[in-house]
Design a protein around this ligand. Structure first.
Ligand code: PAF
Length: 300
């Protein structure tokens, strides 16, 4: 359980060894004092309802920094109309217990009004990279992600921020934003954490019923097939893409949004034979749940 820390400024709560901060000003003050003391700040932005994949990010950030901050904020601007903002799973106390157990120092959990003050009209938008794959199906999604991550970087002032490879396009977009705006934040990426049967961990997996959960494994199977083809010498992107697509559609229950074989930094399709790392990205819907997954071919 969290409790208020009476000696401190309003909006600061604490568990036994972890601070919970709700205001941007307080977060900046805390970050500035750590920076002034020469500490390296590692940051993990999340929307909460944490799983082992998030905790891997925390562990990565902890290994590389002196002070670890995790933000929990379900960001309304990255959900499109008709998407799952209202039902997005939330359990703040459980998240705090998990974070404390992995040694997180600060939880930054602002409210919506704190992040988006009334009447605000400012967006941060990366162009090009954001209108393909996920961006083609969720046209306002990345604008919401880059805007909130820019605001979070501004509040937390991290030296390093950790993101999951599962959202491969998000990683590419955030790297570009960080470089273009010269944030001076190193972007670290942790591998996809999977359940024992291969399903990529996601807070949205909780939406799946038993049958859907089983059918969803078609995504992982399709990516394994891509890896097998590549290991066997196959280098034709369109052939790999077609086989991946067929494997997913074979499940019968999944509705495909896209399959793609693209350059991992530009998200542009491979033209001609694959001659470097290639991202195989898939997105499909099962029932009312949308899932994404990916694998990188030819990764050293
Ligand atoms: O990956 C996520 O959980 C979100 O997109 C992020 C980076 C926390 C921004 O809201």
């Amino acid at each position: 359980m969290t409790r208020s820390l009476s000696c401190c400024v309003t909006w600061v709560e604490t568990t036994d060894r972890m601070h919970i901060i709700r205001s941007i000003e307080e977060m900046q003050r805390e970050a500035n004092s750590h920076r002034a003391a020469g500490a390296v700040i590692g940051f993990v932005p999340t929307m909460g309802f944490l799983h082992e994949g998030h905790l891997d990010l925390l562990r990565l950030a902890r290994r590389r920094s002196d002070v670890t901050v995790c933000s929990i904020f379900v960001n309304p601007t990255q959900f499109g109309e008709g998407e799952d903002l209202a039902r997005y799973p939330r359990d703040f106390d459980r998240d705090c217990r998990l974070l404390e157990a992995v040694g997180c120092d600060i939880v930054f959990a602002p409210g919506v009004e704190e992040m988006y003050p009334e009447g605000d009209t400012t967006w941060v938008q990366v162009e090009g990279l954001t209108n393909v794959l996920e961006g083609a199906f969720r046209p306002t999604h990345f604008r919401g992600v880059t805007t909130v991550v820019a605001k979070l970087f501004h509040a937390v002032r991290p030296h390093l921020a950790a993101f999951g490879q599962k959202d491969a396009q998000q990683v590419a977009v955030i790297r570009r934003m960080t470089r273009d705006l010269r944030f001076g934040v190193e972007i670290a990426v942790a591998p996809i954490r999977r359940e024992k049967d291969g399903l990529a961990m996601s807070s949205r997996n909780t939406y799946l019923d038993k049958d859907e959960r089983k059918e969803a494994l078609a995504l992982y199977r399709s990516l394994q097939t891509a890896q097998r083809l590549f290991s066997g010498g196959e280098r034709r992107p369109e052939f790999i893409q077609r086989v991946v697509e067929e494997e997913i559609l074979r499940s019968g229950a999944m509705k495909l949004d896209y399959t793609a074989v693209v350059h991992p930094d530009s998200m542009q399709p491979y033209e001609g034979a694959i001659d470097g790392p290639a991202l195989v990205a898939v997105a499909a819907r099962i029932g009312s749940t949308r899932l994404i997954d990916n694998t990188v071919l030819g990764e050293e």
